[in-house]
Design a protein around this ligand. Sequence first.
Ligand code: NAD
Length: 282
Amino acid sequence: MNLNDSRILVVGAGLMGAGIAQVAAQAGHDVALFDARAGAAEAAKAKLAQTLDGLVAKGRLDREAASAALARIRPVEALAPAGLVIEAIVENLEVKRALFAELEALLPDEAVIATNTSSISVTALARGMKKPGRLVGMHFFNPVPLMKLVEVVSGLGTAPEAAQAVFELAARWGKTPVHARSTPGFIVNRIARPYYAETLMLLQDRAATPEVIDACLRAAGFRMGPCELMDLIGHDTNFAVTNSVFAANFFDRRFTPSLVQQELVDAGFLGRKSGRGFYRYP
Ligand code: NAD
């Protein structure tokens, strides 16, 4: 199986979907971009145009390559057939399952569906699909164009050739893919949850401010501190991931969600994307 020349449909034009569309288009694929929110795919494309202009201005991309990549991205008003679908919608099992059912009704038999889920079991997501073998986790990291790692996640029913095709595609895009079995949080989020949890406990204990915590971890060699990283990820997404990893680990205390993050979500202080999280963004 080879996905290297596939037409791609990216579903979800948020933080991750827009980045995935950019990377796929820069690698030469025709990309259809769909979002359930009217106008969101168009808006994502307009923002990508600015991002690509910025890369040209910094001398990191030539003008023709930027224009060609942008021209390959087509916002669409409805789901459309493709050889590879990359799903980057809300982190919710039922909503993702409903999308896969809709997709299977219109996709050709050989098409692969990749899910960018951060934490939901790929095994569970595939349940009820006509062809569960075609579902593969393709877990990118934020920001997608910069972060090299892609976890290629196989559920119990994932066809090995589908996982291998996704792995090879990610490598062709200049990413560093790794194979992982679908366990709660996969690899990186399993390690990252206690890191965020400990940070949130420090904040709850009023041991230090977000500024101080971030300064410590930066000084320790991290590129970003945990508070600014959570603001970048989005507290709604991060909180949903924590809840899902907590439940999937049979409510192991190590993964307990934090009231601090619950409050940020309740207030709509979702981080960079809403203009306010731990920090304020103009
Ligand atoms: P986001 O909120 O920025 O974007 C999600 C988009 O999906 C929204 O534009 C929304 O309108 C759209 N959407 C929701 N339901 C839909 C549906 N049924 N059909 C079509 N579009 C729909 O979220 P995000 O941060 O881009 O996260 C998307 C996925 O990627 C989640 O599964 C998340 O766990 C995963 N992920 C996120 C990060 C991160 O750092 N934010 C990192 C890795 C993986």
